[in-house]
Design a protein around this ligand. Sequence first.
Ligand code: PEP
Length: 255
Amino acid sequence: MPEHGRRPYISGNWKMAKTLSQARTHIEALLPLLPAGGGIEVGVCVPFTALEAVVSAAAGSDLRVCAQNMHQQDEGAYTGEVSAPMLVELGVTGVVLGHSERRLHFCETDRGLQEKVPAALAAGLQPILCVGETDEEREQGDMERRLRSQVQEALEKVPLERLAEVVIAYEPVWAIGTGKSATPEQAQEAISFVRALVGDRSRPAAEAVRVLYGGSVKAENAAELLGQPDVDGALVGGASLDPDGFAKIVAAAAP
Ligand code: PEP
């Protein structure tokens, strides 16, 4: 465990990839490649259709199985949506919220996330809240303003005593799926800023909260990014689809 006591966390985000049978095969290949001992928390964020199969394939291991979205209400007239209690009953233990692809293509808003993040916690799911600026916002010097509004709004209704349980993923939009990762210095700068934003509500929570980097992480650049003092792990998209490549990223997170 690093000196600051935050356990490194590497989570794969499969996005809309892998059928049920492909998911099962992937987990069977991945599990033997993961380090034993629990020093690193490892998760996979899986399409709804494969969740049950992945929970079952991962049974008995420490692999955390997460969804990629959820609705803030427990039930109701929301056709096509899935709620936190539905996920919990499947054995799911976490959920990605506010991924930039959901913000861009599916009208996810900071206001909606303000309901979703506490709803996930209340149901017993670990939320991974994604935040990050576009390249235009960065070029215009608006990165901090954007991160401030995303973090403050999404965390506003999280009870103080549960703030540290939220995992935040800093994912600059320009780095997601582009092959162009942030530099280690850019990741460190933005992530220490995100931590300071949490500190505006609670200093102890800011020390304890885990902030991951996401955006074109691969085996080749993982060690450098994860070596930054405030980078507590990674949310990995494309490179998580290959068990060997993903396992190498996990290995790079060893303290
Ligand atoms: C992601 O899906 O959250 C992501 C960071 O994707 P990629 O690693 O492919 O850039």
